[in-house]
Design a protein around this ligand. Sequence first.
Ligand code: PAF
Length: 520
Amino acid sequence: MAAHSLTTIKTLAGMRCFLELAASSSVGLVPTMGALHVGHLSLIERARQANQIVIVSIFVNPLQFSLHEDLAQYPRQFEQDQLLCQQAGVDAIFAPTVDILFPDGTEQGTRVVPPSAMIQVLCGRSRLGHFEGVATIVARLLHLVQPQRAYFGQKDAQQLAILRRMVTDLNFPVQIVACPIVREASGLAYSSRNQYLSDRQRQQATRLNQSLQAAQQAFQQGDRLARSLIDSVEKILSQDPDLSPEYLELVDPLTLNPLETIDQVGILAIAVRLGATRLIDNTLLDARKPILAIDGPAGAGKSTVTRICAQALGLLYLDTGAMYRAVTWLVQQSGISLQDRVAIAELVSQSQIQLIPDPQVGLRVRIDGQDVTQTIRSLEVTANVSEIAAQPAVRQALVQQQQTYGRQGGVAMEGRDIGTNVFPEAGLKIFLTASVQERAQRRQQQLQQQGIPEVDLAQIARDIGERDYRDSHRIHAPLRQAEDAIAIDTDKLTIKEVAQQIINLYRSRFPTSSRNQSES
Ligand code: PAF
């Protein structure tokens, strides 16, 4: 097998040229300071799933180290990093020197200052200037590389929240993707700074995760109070006098505001000194119902299956088709021409769709307060919906609305890139497949039921094959199976059987979240 070709780029001009050559490809950026470990590799893997080109930046950023910190000792192992990137299928490493990024010195130049409330908590208290340094360098990297997506670990929860806030406030056209903490078998979270620990300290450091697990357990049993959750962490850490906690805090994962109780979700974050090393770790305490994401090729039965699962599990079915129809209706209603993309972009960005479960109609659809459940099924809407759905601004606005729904948890959604792009943090990801032959037969039956005269099976199969190819190769929202998705081949199964398999998977993975739902 030919080795994957990895380009190493050191200058801004080289990076620009590389991007020009890759012009029509989607790009995922994984910013790092090198000393790559398994945690970084998981970010790279996630980036590979959703993007055609993956770029890893390696830059030990002086701006984010204060004078007494470990800038000089920070591990640098470029050749090993290169090898790891090569093996992980990275397309380019961007590894500029300090002189390239700061030709006038690191003290000069424009800085990005995060909101003070976000830097006066957690690590910000002891690491003055750190997050300003992080935001500044990440802003530069994002501007230079212009990726569609950028990947960060959940381990640096404060960094993640600050960068999310930065891209929202400054309107960067990038999606920040948060990736779960990766741990060694001992429970110790991977970190480049673990290299500083002796064997004994590595053993001692496992108490961080143990203490967080104790809080997680208490939370699962219904404890929602910051004080008692923090106490359960403290109790375990205090058993080893070498571990000296710098902070133990419960905060909102997006705003970083301190929480006294957890309503829906909180981050319990800790920083501990062990000898000369400072270690951080955290756990997400999440009372929301997990998201169900179902992807797969056209004709695999996704929408019916998702509807059945949502109902049985008490999840909200995020009906994208209905959302596009609602926008189409609104465009027609507003008298805007379907070709006036700017006016449509403005309209959709200011409109709000509500999906409300309703026992009578399944799902009630409102847009800007108006009930359009029936009207969006009109022939006029049907005739125009695909033209509206093809407009990138419409898709973007609706993905944003879907993700806002997702933040409350408890949604089920189907599509081509739900598990990789829309909800990469979904609790259960399913990839439904069916052979082209089987899908062609299902389609032929559907056409017959609609009274359409016999269409040649071989022709339908060819069309489906071509559609699969187009769907997996499109730049926007390509069909992808997430690495952590469970594939179900539906060839020999009825829709009901497929749905029941998914319902069982969800219930066994999340016994507490599905406890009160009626059996289907
Ligand atoms: O998380 C890191 O490694 C760094 O803070 C980052 C995001 C690469 C910025 O230098």
